[in-house]
Design a protein around this ligand. Structure first.
Ligand SMILES: [Zn+2]
Length: 464
């Protein structure tokens, strides 16, 4: 007798869609295909899709910045994620410049352990290139954190790294078998724009987007591509947002440079026109929302492989905090970020799969397999195969939901997709063998999620 049988669903992996059963025993998948085992519990998935649980490779739970803390903490945020079909998150340990990175790792673990309801891993936001920090990179990779993010902006937050530091970090991370990455926005151009707008009394939310036009991303991205190339390292591009950026990544990949890029649901479905609404301040995030031409370029990039990952950049600050900061001014002090951990599946399923833009296989590659590969979690996470963790979701492709702040499970006081009608929602979420969402209801326990170390595999990165 095994623990769980999921019967008769259409199983989706990046390799194909086929009708079959999944057998789960303990925390793992033990068999996939045409067979039947006696089981303690059976889920009838006929008429449904069975997907690997989503991996969210870019989240900031209880994000503490700009004088506010986002209400999606490691418990409530991961409950909301589980209800949206997410079974693994990857958060960021941010080094305090001049301090050991391991302190940041321990601080994040202290927040997450005992609270998350799904498994989690980490990136390291590295903020200096001192000899001690460069030395420590090896230890961080060995600990299970192979991905290092560098900010080319946020000078005032004391997390921006200079070009010489970027080069040294790329070299050392590569040497240690890790993957360097970037939040690419030019700092000085946007700083000057903010100052100029502030001096002219221009504080409307739309000026946030005007302070960071597409070339702010393109400049920093092309510099990062150049520095990574000089260092001989790979490069991961966090949240690509512009047609110009897509062109740069595509060109680099065509020239043989090993660069991997992600984008987010809001950059694929929302535009900066939202900033003009009376509550436009809510949609302030960085990089800012863009225009339809950028959005179309990103969809095309998902199809041709230029963009390999969809993640949420979850940083769901409350509207109340954003309003307060906007009233106090200036514009660059407003908490940046959108709530989204719960919304990726329905939004991308509807606008991608339902609309015919993405195949089911590509949906799974972008949301499950590739993020797991890039974070060194594959094939434990991100696929349906014997030996993998039993992280599975059963999606009703016909389920219709209207997204709204009233019905979402994220504790944020607003919804970035308010009023959007979606088709396709996970009815069951199984995380390491446990049914934690049962018929759209959360039933898992706080703290059942665990830290999962990432181990990068060069061959798997080649498959992205
Ligand atoms: Zn982020």
């Amino acid at each position: 007798m095994i623990d769980l049988m999921i019967r008769g669903g259409r199983l989706v992996t990046p390799e194909g869609v086929f009708l079959g059963n999944v057998a789960v025993d303990g925390e793992q998948i033990v068999a996939v295909g045409q067979f039947d085992f006696p089981a303690r519990r059976t889920i009838d998935a006929s008429g449904s899709l069975v997907l690997p649980g989503l991996v969210d490779a870019h989240v900031h739970m209880q994000c503490n910045a700009w004088g506010a803390v986002s209400p999606n903490d490691f418990y409530r945020g991961t409950v909301a994620g589980a209800l949206g079909g997410v079974t693994t998150i990857v958060d960021f340990a941010t080094q305090v410049r001049g301090r050991p990175m391991m302190e940041a790792v321990e601080a994040l673990r202290a927040q997450a352990d005992g609270n998350t309801v799904i498994d989690y891993s980490m990136h390291l936001s590295i903020t200096d290139a001192s000899p001690a920090t460069l030395q420590e990179i090896k230890r961080i990779v060995a600990y299970g954190i192979p991905t290092f993010k560098m900010f080319t902006t946020y000078r005032a937050h004391n997390i921006m790294v200079e070009d010489d530091e970027i080069l040294a970090i790329c070299q050392r991370v590569h040497e240690c078998g890790g993957l360097p990455g970037a939040h690419a926005e030019n700092a000085s151009i946007s700083e000057r724009n903010y100052e100029r707008f502030e001096a002219a009394g221009l504080r409307a939310p739309s000026y946030h987007a005007l302070a960071k036009p597409d070339y702010v991303e393109a400049e920093a991205l092309s510099r990062m591509l150049l520095l990574a190339r000089a260092a001989g390292s790979r490069l991961y591009v966090y949240h690509l947002t512009t047609a110009w950026g897509v062109e740069l990544v595509r060109h680099a990949r065509q020239a043989g440079q090993p660069v991997l890029a992600e984008t987010c649901p809001h950059y694929l479905t929302l535009t900066r026109a939202l900033l003009d609404r009376p509550d436009g301040v809510n949609w302030i995030c960085s990089p800012p929302l863009r225009d339809n031409t950028d959005l179309e370029a990103l969809w095309a990039a998902l199809l041709d492989g230029t963009v390999a990952v969809i993640s949420t950049d979850e940083a769901g600050f409350n509207a109340a905090d954003k309003r307060r900061a906007a009233a106090a001014g200036p514009l660059d002090q407003i908490p940046n970020g959108l709530p989204g951990i719960e919304m990726r599946l329905p939004v991308i399923f509807t606008q991608g799969v339902e609309s015919g833009r993405l195949s089911l296989e590509r949906f799974v590659a972008l949301n499950c397999a590739n993020p797991a590969r890039i974070c060194g979690l594959y094939p434990r996470k991100g696929t349906i195969a014997p030996g993998s963790d039993a992280d599975l979701i059963v999606v009703d492709p016909k389920k219709r939901v209207r997204l709204s702040a009233q019905t979402q499970h994220m504790p944020t006081d607003w919804c970035a997709y308010e009023g959007m009608d979606v088709t396709g929602y996970p009815a069951y979420t199984i995380a390491r063998g446990q049914v934690i969402v049962d018929q759209y209801r959360f039933c898992g326990e706080r703290g059942r999620g665990a830290f999962v170390p990432g181990r990068l595999d060069e061959r798997l990165l080649e498959q992205v």
